[in-house]
Design a protein around this ligand. Sequence first.
Ligand SMILES: Cc1cc2nc3c(=O)[nH]c(=O)nc-3n(C[C@H](O)[C@H](O)[C@H](O)COP(=O)(O)OP(=O)(O)OC[C@H]3O[C@@H](n4cnc5c(N)ncnc54)[C@H](O)[C@@H]3O)c2cc1C
Length: 378
Amino acid sequence: MDFKLTKEQELIQKAARDYATNVISPLAKQIDEEDKIPQEVWNGLAELGFMGIPFEEELGGGGAGYECYVLAQEQIARASSGVATALSVHTTGLDAIATFGTKEQKEKYIPKGCGGEGKSSFAFTEPGTGSDPKQLTTIATRAGDYYVINGVKRFITNAGYEGPMVIFCKDSDTGGCSAYILDKFSEGYSLSKPWEKIGGHGSPIFDVYLKDVKVPAGNLLGEPGKGFAILLLGIAMGKVGTSTIALGGMLAAYEEALKYAKEKLHRGSPIAKFQAIQLKVAHIAAKYQSTRWMCYRLGTLATDIKDAAQFQAEAALLKGYASDTAVEVAKLAMDVHASYGLTTDYPVERIYRDAIIAPQIEGVSDMQRIIFAASVLN
Ligand SMILES: Cc1cc2nc3c(=O)[nH]c(=O)nc-3n(C[C@H](O)[C@H](O)[C@H](O)COP(=O)(O)OP(=O)(O)OC[C@H]3O[C@@H](n4cnc5c(N)ncnc54)[C@H](O)[C@@H]3O)c2cc1C
């Protein structure tokens, strides 16, 4: 057992930390207030290779696996949860194409995605369902060389950017769930206003209206009616990102709690002298460290998945744990700041608002525990 990072891993982690500290952090408040990632941030992420870390080098990716992806995501999320979320969903969409796509599909979409040309989406949720494919109502009907898609997708990340959307629909031929690659902003594609949400700003979510949107037959991903396996693996890969975003939030909370404990004075000396503050800092550190090693391990498993069902169970276990723990950690950091933590003068209020997103997305925390328990009890 070796807990040391390789030279390559250290370099990627450092590059992400430097970029996050020097470029993203100074813009984090603006990103939060405007709910928008400046183009210069996207350009930098693409130039540094952060839009394609785990994908094959031949397809324009970094060829560095998910273990490097989690290292970078942690640092980016430490600076801005919104930026890391957009990047996570982008990676999830591309990963589904990289894993299940034909040679032509991969060559068409992966190099552009890794280069920052467009951002990918992964669209399952509908007004009537967040997790049950049997309830999908968006329908794809074969018409000659095309599928014609009609329906509504809800809460879709990156829907406002050009690029591919891996979309799950009811297939009118088989009645099952199929996956397709839809080019966003094709004729018949339109969006709601972004939903106003409590945190994760910079990564807005939209309802997507699809009215007779034509998708070429060659853009079917995998086999007709076999989309559920793509969905399950895709969501599990998404949980690698979501868990690491929670981890980055914990790191930010830890650093802010330490800073405040040392700078806030009580009768002339820092509040760090109080045992109550020391206990909170130690709790935060333990929760951060335990989540950190679980995230790094899941990243390593994601690079080379031997058993999809086991991986999905492990991803669920971590996602439920990491997202709930990030909320506890953000609350502890808030407690160190007391009333000042509630003000926008300190980043901890944003860290708290961002933390409470993860337990409610990609399947709520209880669902994660149910998925894991089923894998060991059945
Ligand atoms: C910021 C954000 C980004 C998102 N991005 C995307 C995206 O890019 N693509 C996408 O497709 N979706 C996206 N979503 C949607 C999100 O993944 C779903 O909303 C989420 O999975 C929860 O689904 P739901 O809200 O329909 O909850 P439901 O599934 O309706 O669950 C509601 C409650 O019922 C309980 N419950 C439901 N089913 C069961 C069951 N079988 N057993 C026990 N309890 C159950 C749950 O525990 C939960 O407490 C996003 C959402 C947000 C907020």
